[in-house]
Design a protein. Structure first.
Ligand code: NAP
Length: 290
């Protein structure tokens, strides 16, 4: 599929993609680029990269696919550094959890003749780094591609082909729509988890011990989400501000309504809501996203 693929950033997502490429023989040569020597050594040790370098320009030389898989806040600077070294026809793609901000930061640095195809695999775990990756991560999960107006059709198709090989289901949509959908399906749930776990952490020491001891009664599931990478999630909220604030406003109103129902002893309102939410879980299971 590709002669030379370069990963800039090769943690959970990048290394899982590299593993798919190795498993299915999709790239003749895989180059890994990261800041820390330890990360690069790990890639060689795991056999997920053939060549490694911390140098952006050297990393992208002659590459026909470049995957940017670093925290979103770094993407603009990385695009600026690699732009002048891209070969004609090179495809640059990314995996960022927010799309419009990444497009705004990266697009201006992609030279004429190279192609930028933004994408976001809706798959992940709370673990980070190249050792955390595995090739089945994307199996049966959605990958959303947000092509730019005038995107080269064959470049979009190549990115699509890769994600299909990875076992993903593909959807294309506008970047701003993606950001709204993800604000409710991913960003708000993470924010709630960070809040609940943070609230528990602020409790008095003896109470905190009990929260951990009895966490299986609900708290535990939030701790998994709240253990996600702090830098990645800082960047998500810094870069999808408007959509998150809008959905947070609605959530706050709904929370206030629930608060009122509890205070007034309105059991019917509570039961009606809980019955509705239980049915949503059924839909998630039926859609094989459980
Ligand atoms: P990760 O496991 O923490 O890996 C990040 C990688 O980026 C590491 O290899 C790190 O290298 C490298 N890096 C960081 N800053 C860099 C810089 N300035 N220059 C070069 N390399 C740099 O992160 P991840 O979970 O794979 O997430 C990567 C991207 O995927 C993010 O944009 C995120 O929004 C998106 N995403 C994540 C998930 C998820 O659940 N984790 C799901 C979908 C999409 P060093 O080791 O050298 O620091």
């Amino acid at each position: 599929m590709f002669d030379r693929v370069t990963f800039i950033g090769i943690g959970l997502i990048g290394s899982s993609m590299a593993r798919v490429m190795k498993r299915d023989g999709l790239a003749k040569t895989i180059v890994a680029c990261a800041r820390r020597k330890e990360t690069l050594d790990t890639c060689l040790k795991l056999g997920i990269a053939d060549e490694v370098t911390p140098d952006y320009a050297a990393a992208v030389k002659n590459a026909d696919l470049i995957v940017i898989a670093t925290p979103i806040s770094t993407n603009g600077e990385i695009a600026k550094a690699i732009g002048p070294h891209l070969k004609p026809g090179a495809i640059v793609t990314d995996v960022g959890s927010v799309k419009q901000a990444v497009i705004d930061a990266v697009s201006p640095h992609i030279p004429k003749g190279a192609h930028f195809v933004p994408a976001h695999p809706l798959a992940g775990t709370e673990h980070s780094g190249p050792e955390a990756g595995f090739p089945e991560l994307f199996q049966g999960r959605w990958c959303i591609i947000t092509p730019l107006p005038g995107s080269d059709a064959s470049a979009v198709q190549k990115v699509r082909d890769f994600w299909e090989k990875a076992g993903s289901k593909i959807e294309t949509m506008q970047a701003d729509h993606h950001d709204k959908v993800l604000a409710i399906t991913s960003h708000l749930p993470h924010l709630i988890a960070f809040t609940i776990v943070g609230t528990a952490d602020d409790l008095a020491e003896d109470l905190k011990q009990e929260v951990i001891q009895y966490s299986a009664s609900g708290f535990r599931d939030f701790t998994r989400i709240a253990a996600s990478d702090p830098v990645m999630w800082r960047d998500v909220f810094m870069n999808n501000r408007e959509a998150v604030l809008e959905i947070l406003q609605r959530f706050t109103e709904d929370l206030t309504a629930l608060q009122r129902a509890i205070r007034r002893g309105d059991g019917e309102a509570l039961q009606t809501l809980f019955a509705r939410t239980r049915a949503i879980r059924r839909g998630v299971i039926d859609a094989k996203q459980a």
